[in-house]
Design a protein around this ligand. Sequence first.
Ligand code: G3P
Length: 298
Amino acid sequence: MPRISYPFILVNCKTYAEATGDNVLKLSKIIHNINESYSVQIGIAPQFTDIYRVCLRYPDIPVFAQHMDPIKPGSHTGHILPESLKEAGCAGVIINHSERRIRIDEICECINICRELELISVVCASTPEICMAIATFSPDIVAIEPPELIGTGIPVSKAKPEVVKRAVNAIKKISPETRIFCGAGITKGEDVSKALELGTDGILVASGVVKAKDPEKVLIEFVEAAESTITEKRHPLRDLMEKAFAGKRALSKRALVRRLVRLGIPEEFVDQKIVSAEIQSILRKTYKNGEVYYILQE
Ligand code: G3P
């Protein structure tokens, strides 16, 4: 699976002229430069016909397709074959955008195909209830986007914070490993901060960047806002856990306890610390040969 880091900003080019053909390369160059200088990562979702040229010129940018069809290679004239997206260099796919909706069984199939092909699935949903239904398929990312706010400049994170919060809580309960984005009407750094404060892992944005007078200025404002928000939001146990993992991806519970004790946590508190860290989603629990292992979330 191609790895992206969170928080993540995904710029959807839709079919805007400002991000079509040569123009998408100009926007990609801006994204490439910003990604080199900031820790918050930006990805792009160009039109299908522009995917290959963006991937070729900027292989470092995570590129997403705006749609896929749940099909296998064969006779499907005019469809989008997932394997061709992978071959073109895509890191992931936006599925069920409100401007390109598909049936629930097709959403499920698309997510499964993405898993097989190691493509990141970003599945859009218009309400917290639909988010819940989609979360049962455990996609990589669910993006809550109330369609009535799309393209309005009225940010979902400020106009409908309760909708975002409800979506975050519901998705986390059903599929704790699924990441959550929100989108619609985001145009300012403060909209991005608010989205992250509500518990999301990133945003989906289109007109606020693509149609901006100065997309570079807007994107820099976004990443700077995201960086300062995560610094404030950083969980106090994070540093301790990073020291304990010391670059390792997974540790058995026994090894983690041993390391935490070595770092000075009194043994009687260790279990408590692990459990509370887990609740804060610093750690993910998994099992290997019947033994509990912990993975440090990014
Ligand atoms: O996919 C992103 C999108 O639908 C939001 O659009 O123009 O409100 O940022 P916009």
